[in-house]
Design a protein around this ligand. Sequence first.
Ligand SMILES: Cc1cc2nc3c(=O)[nH]c(=O)nc-3n(C[C@H](O)[C@H](O)[C@H](O)COP(=O)(O)OP(=O)(O)OC[C@H]3O[C@@H](n4cnc5c(N)ncnc54)[C@H](O)[C@@H]3O)c2cc1C
Length: 438
Amino acid sequence: METINFQQNEFYYLSKLLPKSYKKRIIVLGSGFAGISFVKAFVKNIGSKLDDVELVILTRRVYLTFTPLIYQIATGLLNEHHVLEPIRKRNSDYVIIEAEIEEINLHDKKVITSLGSIEYDYLIIALGSVSNDLGIKGAFNYAIPLKSVQDATKIRNKIIESFEKASILKKDDIKRKSLLTFVIIGGGATGVELAGSIKDYVNLLCKRYYNVNSNEAKVVLLEATDRLIYQASEKASKKCKQILEKSGIEIILNAKVISIEKNKILLSNGSVISSDNIFWTAGIKVNPIIEKIPNEVALKNKGRLVVDRNLKLIGYTDVFAIGDCAYIIDGETGQIVPPMASSAVQEGKYVAKYLANYFIGKQELNPFKFKDYGLMLSLGRFSGLVDFQNKFVISGFLGWVLWRMVHLLKISTIRNKLGIVFDWSMSLLKRRIITRTD
Ligand SMILES: Cc1cc2nc3c(=O)[nH]c(=O)nc-3n(C[C@H](O)[C@H](O)[C@H](O)COP(=O)(O)OP(=O)(O)OC[C@H]3O[C@@H](n4cnc5c(N)ncnc54)[C@H](O)[C@@H]3O)c2cc1C
């Protein structure tokens, strides 16, 4: 009797699904901002020549996460489905395979996945990054990072759980204090937005749903350097601190966390912060799949794949790296292109045009040039901040309106746009999601 090996069977399925044809196969790894902007722009640019090409997306989950809004899931402002954009479309021009990518073999031109391996002619690596615990003991055991929708729901569940527990304890109970202390570690763009929104959420929970005085609930933002949002101008950074402090958030700069224990943060100056709610927004590092590629096979800088001026991997003519996993120097300014959604989208579009031009026999493109549109932040109810290319800063209500308009425009499906407008309207009426999902 033949024994069926599940792995082998799946591999058979994959090779049957995609037998290699005469067509050139382009595999896109990842369905984030970089990968999906590549796919959309490639289909548009190549036109009818698409018939000569087989475009394949390999990704863990068949959707794009609109990360700039996930902190709003953590704070009950948005429903999680409204920030997930499905990539499966009716009559789409590409093949999608949902699988876990395990290894990239640049030598044999194949990708090893949980369903088996698959060969490519051209490869677009857009695998993004992962949260970085910076080697701090206990960081990921006791703090919840914010990188995915799943992380965001964990944070929301934790906040609600803490309120449930605190509300039945006596006011002078020391545990109640820890349950009502919310600490965000990392004062970058994600950290400040999360802190501002948690403050609003906590105020709402106190006033509307639980028998807790808002003065009892404390939101603390810890930043290891001497200023918030290091990538913004000093003016924007100061303004951001002012706005958050005015809303009642305690900001501690130069706060170097040395370890995290259960409900406890230890700082290098010897102080200890007790909290049941520790959230981590202190940075990102390269995807482990990129780490696995030996250094002698692909040049790396800070773990990211170094690319040339056309975003091709150094030493390769058929492999491109875009988004957070690529180390890109802007040809004109000599600056490192920041790992952001806006840069990932520009890089995806550039490579799409470059490769489409090649297939239709058009002229080679000029080197990639990054357009910096500045930084936009939402810092709480009716409060925003726009740092436009380090030239001028818009803050307050106008900054908040601009932030909302720009983010809504960037959402690509009508369903999600309407969903977000609904959720935001409800929050203006002080109604947020207050139910746990775990
Ligand atoms: C909370 C948060 C807020 C942010 N806010 C902003 C903002 O306001 N503005 C801004 O410009 N940037 C923001 N960013 C940064 C932005 O999200 C990233 O720079 C951007 O997502 C990078 O795009 P990418 O395509 O390189 O990676 P991602 O968007 O992360 O996509 C990576 C893709 O690879 C897939 N993948 C990874 N590993 C595997 C594997 N082993 N197998 C299969 N598939 C895999 C993932 O599922 C995903 O589809 C934010 C990031 C976070 C976490």
